[in-house]
Write a protein that binds this ligand. Structure first.
Ligand SMILES: [Zn+2]
Length: 298
C-alpha cells in the first residue's frame, strides 16, 4: 500500500510517496509559496499533488499542518504560518479530486508516529511527544489515537502560562512557556547577548552559562508539567533544539527528573530522546494513514 504524504509548513512544502515499509518512492521539498500561486489554494494543492504523483497508484493521502484542527480533522481552525489554509474544506476537496481516503493531522502527531515506529514502541496506553523547535510541539496518543480535547485543540503545551513572564507570544497571549523555553528563547538570547555567536553554536560556546541553562531548565519544566499531569506510559522528547551541536542532553534529563513528582512517576519514567530527521513528518504521516485505514477496516 502506497501513501502520499504531505507536510505543509510556513516555509517548506514536503511531499513523498511512501511504501508500506516506510521507504520513499519519491520525495520533493519546495518553497510553500511555489505551490500556492493563486487565490484558489485548494485548486493549487490538487494540481501540485496530481503533477507529483503522475500515474503511480496511491491508496491514501496524509496531510500534516502546523495548526489547530477541528475535532473531525477536516479543517484547519488556526495556523499562524499558513493562515491562507484556515477554514477551507481541505479534506473534502482532496477526497473528491483524488478519490482516495484523506487523513489530516497536526504535523507533530505525524512526527510522533514516525518515532514510535522507529523506536518500535507499543501504542498501548498514553504516549506523549514533546518536540522543541522554534516553538514547542506536543502530541498525545491514547492507544495510538490522538487526544483531541473538546475542540481539537488539546496538546498546546507551549502555551502554558508562566508565572511572572511578560513576553508576548505569537498566539496573542502574554507569558507563554514557549517564549522562554526552546528555540525562540535561544534565538532571543543570541540576538541580545551573544550576537557574535552563530545560533547553531550557542551550546558549544555558552552551554555552561546560567542564561542558557535557564532555557534548558524551562524545557525540562515543560516536559515535567506534562508528566506530572498525565503520568504517561512513555514520553518522547526531541526536535531541532535537542539536536543542536553541544546540547546538554544529560543536564536536561536530570532537570526533568528534578521537576517530576517523587516517588512516582519520577522513579519509573520511560523517556526516549529522539534524533532529528528531515523527512520525519512525511514518513510519519504515512504511518498514521496506514494505521487509520487498518482501524477503519478492522
Ligand atoms: Zn502562546
Amino acid at each position: 500500500m502506497n501513501v502520499l504524504s504531505i507536510d505543509i509548513g510556513g516555509t517548506s512544502f514536503r511531499i513523498g510517496a511512501v511504501r508500506a515499509d516506510g521507504s520513499l518512492i519519491k520525495f520533493d521539498k519546495v518553497p510553500t509559496s511555489s505551490v500556492f500561486r493563486t487565490e484558489n489554494v485548494l485548486h493549487d494543492l490538487v494540481a501540485y499533488i496530481q503533477m507529483f504523483s503522475g500515474n503511480s497508484p496511491i491508496d491514501a493521502l496524509a496531510i500534516g499542518f502546523p495548526a489547530t484542527l477541528n475535532t473531525d480533522r477536516s479543517r484547519i481552525v488556526q495556523a499562524p504560518n499558513i493562515a491562507f489554509m484556515e477554514n477551507l474544506p481541505v479534506c473534502e476537496v482532496l477526497r473528491q479530486a483524488l478519490n482516495i481516503p484523506v487523513f489530516a493531522e497536526r504535523d507533530v502527531t505525524f512526527a510522533l508516529c514516525f518515532d514510535m515506529e522507529k523506536y518500535q514502541l507499543s501504542e498501548r496506553g498514553l504516549t506523549c511527544g514533546i518536540y522543541f523547535g522554534t516553538g514547542i510541539g506536543n502530541a498525545m496518543l491514547w492507544n495510538g489515537k490522538p487526544v483531541l480535547g473538546r475542540h481539537g485543540a488539546a496538546g498546546e503545551l507551549g502555551h502554558i502560562p508562566v508565572w511572572g513572564s511578560t513576553i508576548p507570544c505569537g498566539c496573542g497571549n502574554v507569558g507563554c512557556l514557549e517564549a522562554v523555553a526552546g528555540g525562540k528563547a535561544i534565538a532571543r538570547l543570541q540576538r541580545d547577548k551573544y550576537p557574535e555567536t552563530p545560533i547553531g553554536e550557542m551550546f558549544i560556546s555558552h552551554g555552561n552559562e546560567d542564561d542558557l541553562l535557564e532555557i534548558v531548565n524551562g524545557m525540562a519544566m515543560a516536559v515535567a508539567t506534562e508528566i506530572n499531569m498525565l503520568d504517561p506510559d512513555q514520553v518522547l522528547v526531541g526536535g531541532g533544539v535537542l539536536n543542536m551541536k553541544g546540547f546538554p542532553l544529560k543536564v536536561l534529563d536530570q532537570m526533568i527528573q528534578a521537576h517530576t513528582r517523587k516517588p512516582l512517576p519520577c522513579e519509573d519514567l520511560h523517556m526516549i530522546y529522539t534524533e532529528d530527521e528531515p523527512d520525519k513528518s512525511v514518513i510519519g504521516g504515512a504511518v498514521y494513514a496506514r494505521h487509520a485505514l487498518e482501524n477503519m477496516e478492522g
